[in-house]
Design a protein around this ligand. Structure first.
Ligand code: IMP
Ligand code: MG
Length: 187
């Protein structure tokens, strides 16, 4: 059905139902890997919030939950390459098994930085779970341990992912119409 949000979507890549099924599979795989342990989920604000909420409910483990926020993009559709922590985990991660939950692995700048940062803080292990993987964007050699779905070389939004803070509440994942971020005057 067309509405203010879906009007700006060029193509739906993954429907609400497909996401629900995939998140269940990921949750089961993670629960199996960490059975009997007490991992600490680290959700990366804000893009991972919808995915994280569904993933942890699909993952019947004794687990802790913390959030981190990083900024690298501003409102642009292209990564600046700089990563800055704007909200850090308040608890000690030393000797903990961490599960980073991210919305998308694109250039790899964010996740390679976070993995290094958390390892340097003494984490016992750092596992990366990303809802989406855009391999065409990669600038840093970083691989995710768990990937929800691959996405093509296009700007995608929905299910937590934004463009200029919009579209996070779209229940599916879709390619944003380029005219939404490409202004005709090149501004
Ligand atoms: P990376 O550091 O380039 O791997 O990008 C990580 C961050 O860039 C993600 O957490 C997203 O916030 C943002 N990002 C990269 N590609 C997209 C996209 O296609 N749609 C929305 N956000 C994106
Ligand atoms: Mg993000």
């Amino acid at each position: 059905m067309k509405n203010e949000l879906t009007n700006d979507i060029l193509k739906v890549l993954y429907t609400e139902e497909q996401i629900r099924e995939r998140v269940k599979e990921l949750g089961a795989a993670i629960a199996e890997k960490f059975a009997g342990q007490r991992p600490l989920f680290v959700g990366i604000l804000k893009g991972s919030v919808l995915f994280l909420a569904d993933l942890i409910r699909a993952c019947p483990l004794r687990a802790d939950l913390e959030m981190m926020a990083v900024s690298s993009y501003g409102n642009a559709a292209v990564s600046s390459g700089r990563v800055r922590i704007t909200y850090d985990i308040p608890t000690d991660v030393r000797d903990r098994d961490l599960i980073i939950v991210e919305d998308i692995l694109d250039s790899g700048n964010t996740l390679s930085f976070l993995k290094e940062y958390l390892n340097a803080k003494g984490a016992a292990s750092v596992t990366i779970v990303t809802l989406l993987d855009k391999p065409s964007g990669r600038q840093k050699a970083v691989t995710a341990d768990y990937v929800g779905f691959p996405v093509p070389d296009a700007f995608v939004v929905g299910y937590g992912l934004d463009y200029a803070q919009l579209y996070r509440n779209l229940p599916c994942i879709g390619i944003l119409k380029p005219e939404v971020y490409e202004k005709p005057d090149g501004d």
